[in-house]
Design a binder for this molecule. Sequence first.
Ligand code: NAD
Ligand code: UDP
Length: 326
Amino acid sequence: MRILVTGGAGFIGSHLCDRLLADGHHVVCLDNFFTGRRENIEHLLHDQRFELIRHDVVEPLFIDVDQIYNLACPASPPHYQYNPVKTVKSNVMGTINMLVLAKRVRARILQASTSEVYGDPTVHPQTESYWGNVNPIGPRSCYDEGKRVAETLMMDYHRQDRVDIRIARIFNTYGTRMLEGDGRVVSNFVVQALRGQELTIYGSGEQSRSFCYVDDLVEGLVRLMATEGRYEPVNLGNPVEFTIKELAERVSRLVGGDVRTVYRPLPQDDPTQRQPDITRARQWLGWEPGIQLEEGLTRTIAWFRERVGRRGGPGIGITASSPATS
Ligand code: NAD
Ligand code: UDP
């Protein structure tokens, strides 16, 4: 098949491109390189079945493809808050443009949605039937509400025009190829520990997240795309929940040495808890994560160890320790 991956030079997108090529497909990788890097896909450029397009999903696109994975959107709070209006546009106009393309060429389209559609959840763990608790006017809203509208658009194009849609609600995913200056907690802690800096815990560190290794996530995305007749959202994430303090302890132990922590203000609207109920993914896709935190962190630390300090610092003027907002 000929498959379009928007955001294909980013963290998850580049791993997805690898996987789709390995499965024998032709991959068209589209990216505006806001948070994506050429380095993530450089090893694919020689492949006859790989095409790279520098393009912004906010602009229409017409190419012939069989499937579309729509991942184009910055995912880390400092990145999506850097230009919030652009984040909304990427999610709304970008998703419309990709749905128009899917409709026109009759391609199946998968939208990368997020656990952020549940906001600061009052239902725990989160099932797909939960409608969420999202602040519509806060600093995270450009992303949370943008993704909620993207889901609405997917369902409406499906109901109105019979577009063949899939929606993945992705929970915190980490692994190799995250940006050093990404701002998300796993890459922050790993980079800080490797540099001998203090690990920045925002708030009390009692808030929780459930961390999924990128290889598991990619497997879930590919399986979801391949299912027939399932149009409702599916949670994809690792259901094992950790507090941020526990994560800091894990990273400290695995990196070794004298790792200290420092407490910083909690960013506004930071969700207090997050854990996916993956019953639907188990039943519909036969999927569950196989790589637990210890193993995933070990791989991630090994990858960053090779890179930290070797190249320039963090991207777009955001340091590894800056809270998203405070
Ligand atoms: P990322 O920032 O590494 O990747 C996003 C990619 O999209 C980058 O390559 C970026 O340059 C590109 N991009 C951004 N805006 C674009 C635009 N307007 N036009 C074209 N390209 C654009 O983030 P990621 O973690 O790989 O996330 C990928 C997708 O998965 C995103 O849609 C994100 O919302 C979703 N997601 C990720 C997580 C996670 O924990 N990593 C969780 C939930 C959802
Ligand atoms: N966090 C932290 N230190 C950091 C970066 C993040 O304590 O250096 C916290 C953040 O406040 C949040 C959690 O870790 O409670 C996960 O943050 P991340 O930005 O990775 O993901 P999200 O909040 O979008 O789930």
